[in-house]
Design a protein around this ligand. Structure first.
Ligand code: PMP
Length: 439
C-alpha cells in the first residue's frame, strides 16, 4: 500500500508561555512543509526510510497527480487527430517547454526527451561532429565515462576544484596545439559527484572550455535535484538529467543544449516520428531536424508530463530555502558520521568543499554490504553499498581513506547515504544511531 510519507511534517513549535514563535522559526517550518508536504511531498511507505535519493529519488506528489490527471486522456502523441491524441500531443510539448524553462535553456537549444542521463550522454556521444575530441575526468560516473569515443582524454581525479580547472585548461591547450586548433572538442563533467556529493566548478570549467573554443557538457544527474541549474547562467553547452532522480518516475530523461551538432547527427533511433519522408529505396529517407530527430517511436508521454510537473513545482518553490534545509541535514549527517570512531567519509576535495546531500563512507572492520543489510533489516533504512557505478573514483577514494587514516581494515566497497525532499532530522538520526549500535 502506497501512502504519502508525512510522519514528521513539522509545524512551528508551540510557543512556551511568555515566548512567541520567531519569524525565523516560522520560515523554517514553512520550508519544512514545502519539502515534506504539498506538491513536493514524496510518496513512500510509512516506517521505511529512503536514504538512497542519489540512486532513485522517491516520486513527488506533483508527478503522481499529473500522471493521474492525464491517464483518462492518454492517447497517441504526434500521431492522431482525435481529442485524446491532440491533448496528449499538447501535454507532451508543454512538458518539453516546462523542462526547458526549469533548465534555463537558450531559445535555439534543443530539448530531447531520453530514457535517462545515460541515454542522454550516449545520444550526445553519437552526435559529436567528425574528429571531435572529448576531455573528461576519471572521477565521472560510468555514464559520463564510457560513451565517449576512442581518443578521449581521461584526466586524473583532481585534488581540488582549482586543480580540475587547471587540468582542463592544460589538456585543452595541448589538444589545440596538437590539432592546429581546428578540431571540435567537448569537455564532459559532472555537476555534483554521485559518490561524494562534491560540487564541481562548472561555471569556471565552462569559461575555460570556451576560451579554448571547446564546448562543455554537464552531467547534472546529481546536481539538478539539489540546486538551481540554469544552462544560460552556467554557460554550459549541454545538460543531461534523469527524471527518476528528480522526483519523477523512471524512464524519462533529458538532453538539452546546442542544436547544431544534434541536427547534423544521424538520428539516435531510426524509425517513425523522426522522418520527413521515406521513399521506396532502402536509404531514401529525409529526417526531421529538432528534438523529434532523436525521439523516434512512441514517446514516454507520462514520464515527460510527470517530470514537467516536478520541474514546475520546484520552479515555484523557494529553492534557496530548500537548499539551505538540505545543507543543514547534510551537516548533521556529516558531523554525526565524523563523531563515530570507525566511520570514515570518502572525499575528493577538502572537507569544506561545497556538496549536495550525498555522503559515502566506510565502517572500518565491517563489510559494507553486510552493514547495508543490517541497516535495512533492523532499522528499515535504505542505503546503497558498492562502488556506485564510478569504479575508478570509488576505488581511489577507498585507497586514499586507508592512507589518510592509517587503518588497514577498510572494506573494498563503501556505503552511501543520500537525502533530499522528504528527508528529516529524524531520518539522519536514525542512521547515526544505527551505525553507533551495529550488531
Ligand atoms: N551521472 C551521475 C552523476 C549519476 O549519479 C547517475 C546515476 N547514478 C548517472 C549519471 C546515470 O543516471 P541514469 O542511471 O538515470 O541514467
Amino acid at each position: 500500500m502506497i501512502s504519502l510519507s508525512a510522519p514528521e511534517v513539522p509545524v512551528p513549535a508551540p510557543a512556551e508561555p511568555g515566548r512567541t514563535v520567531t519569524p525565523t522559526e516560522h520560515r523554517a517550518a514553512a520550508v519544512d512543509r514545502a519539502a515534506t508536504a504539498g506538491p513536493l511531498a514524496v510518496l513512500g511507505v510509512p516506517g521505511k526510510v529512503n536514504l538512497d535519493y542519489a540512486a532513485t529519488a522517491p516520486c513527488a506528489r506533483a508527478a503522481a497527480d499529473a500522471v493521474a490527471e492525464l491517464l483518462p486522456w492518454y492517447g497517441s502523441v504526434h500521431r492522431g487527430a482525435g481529442a485524446l491524441s491532440r491533448r496528449s500531443t499538447l501535454a507532451y510539448e508543454r512538458a518539453r517547454q516546462c523542462v526547458a524553462d526549469f533548465l534555463g535553456v537558450r531559445p535555439d537549444d534543443s530539448v530531447v526527451f531520453t530514457r535517462n542521463t545515460t541515454d542522454a550522454l550516449n545520444l550526445l556521444a553519437r552526435s559529436l561532429p567528425p574528429g571531435c575530441r572529448v576531455v573528461t575526468f576519471a572521477s565521472e560516473h560510468h555514464a559520463n565515462l564510457l560513451p565517449w569515443p576512442a581518443g578521449t582524454v581521461r584526466l586524473p581525479v583532481p585534488g581540488s576544484a582549482a586543480e580540475a580547472v587547471r587540468a582542463v585548461d592544460a589538456a585543452l591547450r595541448e589538444l589545440r596545439r596538437g590539432s592546429g586548433g581546428g578540431a571540435p572538442v567537448l569537455v564532459a563533467v559532472t555537476g555534483a559527484s554521485n559518490v561524494t556529493g562534491e560540487c564541481w566548478p562548472v561555471a569556471e570549467l565552462a569559461r575555460v572550455a570556451h576560451r579554448h573554443g571547446a564546448r562543455i557538457a554537464l552531467d547534472a544527474a546529481q546536481l539538478a535535484p539539489h540546486a538551481v541549474l540554469d544552462i544560460a547562467t552556467l554557460a554550459v553547452d549541454y545538460v543531461a538529467v534523469s527524471g527518476h532522480k528528480l522526483y519523477a518516475p523512471f524512464g524519462i530523461g533529458v538532453l538539452a543544449g546546442r542544436a547544431d551538432w544534434l541536427d547534423a547527427a544521424a538520428p539516435y533511433l531510426a524509425g517513425g516520428g523522426a522522418t520527413l519522408a521515406v521513399g521506396a529505396a532502402t536509404h531514401d529517407v529525409r529526417w526531421v531536424d529538432g528534438s523529434a530527430r532523436h525521439e523516434a517511436g512512441t514517446p514516454n508521454l507520462l514520464g515527460a508530463v510527470a517530470l514537467a510537473a516536478v520541474c514546475t513545482a520546484l520552479g515555484e518553490a523557494d529553492r534557496a530555502a530548500l537548499y539551505a534545509r538540505e545543507q543543514s541535514l547534510l551537516a548533521r549527517l556529516r558531523s554525526g558520521l565524523a563523531a563515530l570512531p570507525d566511520v570514515l567519509e570518502l572525499r575528493t576535495f577538502d572537507d569544506a568543499a561545497p556538496r549536495v546531500g550525498i555522503v559515502s563512507f566506510v565502517v572500518a572492520g565491517r563489510d559494507s554490504a553486510a552493514v547495508a543489510t543490517e541497516l535495512a533489516r533492523r532499522w528499515q533504512l535504505g542505503l546503497r553499498d558498492g562502488l556506485f557505478c564510478a569504479h575508478p573514483l570509488a576505488r581511489r577514494l577507498l585507497a586514499e581513506a586507508a592512507a589518510r587514516s592509517g587503518r588497514r581494515d577498510l572494506p573494498p566497497t563503501a556505503l552511501r547515504a543520500s537525502i533530499g525532499l522528504g528527508s528529516t532530522p529524524a531520518h539522519v538520526d536514525r542512521l547515526l544511531t544505527a551505525l553507533a549500535t551495529l550488531g
